[in-house]
Each structure stands twice: as structure tokens, then as C-alpha cells.
Design a protein around this ligand. Structure first.
Ligand code: AMP
Length: 468
């Protein structure tokens, strides 16, 4: 079964054959079970095939990966349409990557996404001769095998920014054969440490190249990137195609020290087939797994401190349905594409309001109504209103019987007293905890008369994907 977000399901009966793909590519499209192009594919494939730059607004689940994978493979394949056009020299037909060289570079924020996209390239290039080589590289694993793999060159390289720069510093990679650059999830890549790395990478690439950028949001940071790096891009904005898909969003106020109990209660009470629980810290993920296990609830944690093999196994088991509950940080959960994921729970709120949308967008896919539940304690009340404001939302706060948030926040846990004499630094830290507690006491909870029955009956249906 194919997982396609219903908000972007094909709205036309157009056919893939209208794109003039070669038979090799058309056959694999058919084999994948794609009947009609999605809206983004319909709009963006033609300019990509023409070698133009494309900036597209696209969410995971819109069919965006195939939007660039298919035409780029076409452009690299023997049946290259550029052979008949003036762009032939730009793409040079049947060229294959020379030693340590790359023809198409795809930048992504996470290892999971890199692996996932590499699989899509492999899936759709299976009929192409001479074979198109595709490789994914990412941090957290040994660099030597990646350097070895790059020796013979790769036509397509999917990489996280940091590892790409490591490979460059090892002279393992040359960019002089680059024909196209794809930046997937640009909004994620244009913030924090990633942004600096992306800027460094841009300076290393040859100017003459096709640029394809995909993003779910348009923060200011990507405007300058577009201005500086893209050449008169075709703008593919999905807004006008957005169909409202109800994601039932619930916000439950709770004391911070009751969150574990509330989570366990919800997991036991509701018959969700699969649940993705988001935490902000790796340690919280691990602790939650232990706390839930004590209540006979099996869950698995996935975060950046886990070995790559453990992360891949967790993802595989979750995707196959072997694991019911996955507890993950934002970074680790990026790119998770699960068909019919019933529920997303924000155990902690995401720092960025954009991430709230990314998180809850993991549910409500494949035409199913999904649920997104945020458990908010007193110190998160204000931040949640910021998230709401940013995403044009206003959600009702609910209280669950037995888990009602107190009027005044209970004290936050103190760090364990140290046996040895405290340094100046830890004394300072302690003071800041006391100040924080005082601040929290000032925050009053939002009064709500809702009991659990009310909660179930009045859960808010908010349409976050609608036009704002
Ligand atoms: P993506 O947005 O790239 O993460 O794609 C989401 C899912 O939609 C993947 O499982 C794709 O295999 C699937 N998909 C992409 N394009 C189509 C299409 N035209 N028809 C049906 N499914 C598609």
C-alpha cells in the first residue's frame, strides 16, 4: 500500500506518460503503483525535466521525493530528453560519475531521510542502463567505508551537511561534475548549525547547476539562500491545492509530575494502532521507555545517541507495525513516513512552532483522520500559545479526570544534592532553578470545567492545513 497524504492526493487524472518519461522510468512508476501524479508532481516535474531551478513548498507525504527523483533519473539516463535539446551539453547524456565525483547532490537533515531517499532513487533506477550509482552518507557511522564507496564516484549522493563537509576535508569528494543540487527540507537545513554548513557547501559547488529546493515553510533564512543560489526558480506553491484534512488536535493541561501517568493512561485507554511520542530530550525518551515498561507498556526510544543500527531497527520495526509505541526526539523522527499513524503525542512541546506542524503532520496521512495530543504543563502554557499564534490555531485546553492540572505549578524537581563541596558554577545553577520555580508559581493554570467525558466529546477538530 502506498502512503500518500490525502491533502495532496492527485486532483487531476493526468498521466505520468504526459511527462515524456522513457519506458524504463514509466515501467517502474507503474510497478510502484503510482497511477496519477500528485499536484506537486504535476507542477514541478516538467520544469525539473527542463533543467530549470524549482522552489517548491511541499510537506512529507505530498509525493515530493518522486517529484525530483523521477526527472533527475530521466535527465541522467540513456533516454535523456536533453539529448534532443540545447541542454544536452549541460547534462551530457549518458555520462556516469568519474572517480570521487558526484552528478546529483541531495542534502537532507537526517540519516533516516538520506537512507529513505537513496532507496527511492534505487527503486526507480532499476531499469536504467548503464547503471546509475546512488549512495547515502551521514554522520554517526565510520567515515572510511563511505570514503571507499566514493572512490569510484557516485551519480547520486544523498548526504547530511556535516558528513559531506567531513568527506570534503578528507578529499574524498569532488564537485566539478555536479549537474544538480537538491536541498530537501530547506527550512530545517537553514537553521542552527546546519545553516552554517549549508552556506559552506554552497561555496564549494560550481555555479552552473540546476537547483531544486523543497520546504514546508518559508522562513526568512531561506529567502536569502534562494536569492543567492537559485537562478530564476519556478515557484511551486502548494497552497492553492491544499485540501483540509482534519487532524484532531487535543491539548491537555497537566502537572509536569503527572505527565508519565497521563501518558500511560492514554496509551492504555485508547486503542491506537500505533503512536509516535515526541520528547525534547534524549534522556526523557529513555526514561519514558523505562517508566512505561514498569506499567507493562512496551515502547522503544529513538534519538541521536542511539547507534545507527538501533535507530534503523527501531524505525523498521515501527514501520512494519512490530512496535506500537515509538518515543523519539524531533531530529530522529524526521522523515518517518508511516501509513495510517493513528496518533502523535507531544509529551514535550517542540521548541519551534514549525516543528509542531511537522510533528502532527506525521498523523492524518493516507486519507485517515489522525489525532495529535499535546500534554502541557504549567511551564509550557505560554509556549503553546506562541505555537498556536504562529500556526493560526486556537485550541481548547482540556483537563482529564484524575490528572487535572493544579492552579499553581507544583515545584520542579531539584537536582540531587552533591556529596562534595559545590563549585561556584553549581551554586549558580541551583539559584537559577529556584528562580525558575518561583516564576512557574506565578503561572496560573487555564481553568477548565472539562471532565474526561467532556474531553472525549469536545475534542477539538482543528484544520491546521487550511489557508491562513
Ligand atoms: P513523499 O512525500 O515523497 O514522502 O511521498 C509519500 C508517499 O507517497 C511515498 O510512500 C510515495 O511512494 C508515495 N507517492 C509518491 N507519489 C505518488 C503518486 N503519484 N501516487 C501514489 N503514491 C505516490
Amino acid at each position: 500500500m502506498i502512503t500518500l497524504n490525502s491533502m495532496t492526493k492527485p486532483s487531476s487524472k493526468a498521466d505520468f506518460s504526459s511527462f515524456m518519461f522513457s519506458t524504463e522510468i514509466l515501467n517502474v512508476i507503474k510497478k510502484a503503483g503510482y497511477e496519477h501524479p500528485t499536484d506537486i508532481q504535476l507542477e514541478a516535474i516538467p520544469p525539473v525535466l527542463d533543467g530549470k531551478d524549482v522552489l517548491a513548498r511541499a510537506e512529507t507525504g505530498s509525493g515530493k521525493t518522486a517529484t525530483y527523483v523521477l526527472p533527475l533519473l530521466e535527465n541522467l539516463s540513456t533516454k535523456n530528453i536533453y539529448r534532443q535539446s540545447k541542454l544536452y551539453n549541460k547534462f551530457n547524456g549518458i555520462d556516469r560519475a568519474k572517480s570521487n565525483c558526484v552528478q546529483v547532490l541531495v542534502l537532507v537533515p537526517t540519516r533516516e531521510l538520506a537512507i529513505q531517499i537513496c532507496d527511492v532513487f534505487k527503486q526507480f533506477s532499476e531499469n536504467i542502463k548503464p547503471e546509475i550509482k546512488c549512495l547515502s552518507v551521514y554522520g554517526g557511522v565510520k567515515i572510511n567505508p563511505q570514503m571507499m564507496a566514493l572512490r569510484s564516484g557516485t551519480d547520486i549522493l544523498i548526504s547530511t551537511p556535516g558528513r559531506l563537509l567531513d568527506l570534503v576535508s578528507q578529499n574524498a569528494i569532488k564537485f566539478n561534475q555536479i549537474k544538480a543540487l537538491v536541498v530537501d527540507e530547506v527550512d530545517r537545513l537553514m537553521k542552527g548549525d546546519f545553516q552554517e554548513e549549508i552556506n559552506k557547501i554552497m561555496k564549494l559547488l560550481p555555479n552552473k547547476r540546476q537547483n531544486l529546493m523543497f520546504t514546508a515553510t518559508f522562513p526568512d533564512s531561506i529567502r536569502s539562500l534562494v536569492r543567492e543560489e537559485m537562478n530564476n526558480p519556478e515557484i511551486v506553491n502548494m497552497d492553492e491545492f491544499v485540501e483540509e484534512v482534519p487532524i484532531e488536535q487535543r491539548v491537555i493541561t497537566v502537572n509536569h509530575n503527572k505527565k508519565n501517568d497521563l501518558l500511560a493512561h492514554l496509551l492504555n485507554k485508547y486503542d491506537w494502532k500505533q503512536v509516535l511520542v515526541f520528547c525534547s530530550a534524549k534522556k526523557t525518551c529513555d526514561n519514558l521507555v523505562i517508566k512505561l515498561a514498569k506499567r507493562d507498556i512496551e515502547a522503544i526510544a529513538m534519538h541521536g545517541n542511539k547507534e545507527q543500527s538501533a535507530r534503523s531497527a527501531a524505525l523498521r520495526d515501527f514501520k512494519s507495525g512490530k512496535i506500537r509505541i515509538l518515543i523519539a526526539t524531533d531530529v530522529a523522527a524526521r522523515g518517518i513516513d508511516i501509513e495510517q499513524l493513528a496518533c502523535v503525542i507531544n509529551f514535550d512541546l517542540p521548541r519551534s512552532p514549525n516543528d509542531y506542524v511537522h510533528r502532527i503532520g506525521r498523523t492524518g496521512r493516507a486519507g485517515q483522520t489522525g489525532q495529535a495530543i499535546s500534554l502541557i504543563a504549567h511551564h509550557e502554557y505560554h509556549h503553546f500559545t506562541v505555537i498556536e499564534k504562529h500556526n493560526a490555531l486556537r485550541l481548547k485546553r482540556e483537563q482529564l479526570k484524575g490528572f487535572e492540572a493544579d492552579e499553581i505549578a507544583p515545584p520542579m524537581p531539584r537536582s540531587k544534592p552533591k556529596k562534595k563541596a559545590k563549585s561556584k558554577k553549581s551554586a549558580l545553577k541551583k539559584n537559577s532553578i529556584v528562580e525558575k520555580n518561583n516564576d512557574e508559581k506565578k503561572i496560573k493554570s487555564i481553568p477548565s470545567k472539562a471532565n474526561e467525558k467532556d474531553f472525549e466529546e469536545t475534542a477539538v477538530n482543528a484544520h491546521i492545513w487550511g489557508k491562513r
